[in-house]
Design a protein around this ligand. Sequence first.
Ligand code: FES
Ligand code: FES
Length: 160
Amino acid sequence: MSARAIKVTVNGVAYERSVEPRLLLADFLRHTLGLTGTHVGCEHGVCGACTVLVDGDSARSCLMFAVQADGARIETVESLGTIGQMNALQEAFHEHHALQCGFCTPGMLMTATDLMRKYPLASDDEIREGLSGNLCRCTGYEHIVRAVRAAVGRAKDAPS
Ligand code: FES
Ligand code: FES
């Protein structure tokens, strides 16, 4: 099949690229755009490592073709912060030891970002439910939940 032209906005930057219809969104982000922060684990929608936000909703980028994202606004983990200037959620992951190998972390961060935007007063149960589609082999989850809880708490306490 012939390549198709797509236009996407990724982390606020507009891109126009010609892609094969079979190219996964995860591979488009990683290999075409060089945004390797998005990780690919299972490649069939189970682990959540590849989670990004598409038009504000979390989505598994291994289950979407790049052509399906034509016209979409995509946010990846690279949009959150930098090593020198982490955002509040990343700081909380750091402080609460919410990662070990870090492979699941980009997906966890993007899922938690979606959760915190939609449920800024999320309870512990809602945090656990919200993160339940993201698998972590290392942490036992408790530290991740603590980190998200801390970030939610800070957002609650922030002056509006
Ligand atoms: S790599 Fe997409 S859900 Fe596992
Ligand atoms: S920190 Fe290793 S998989 Fe989650």
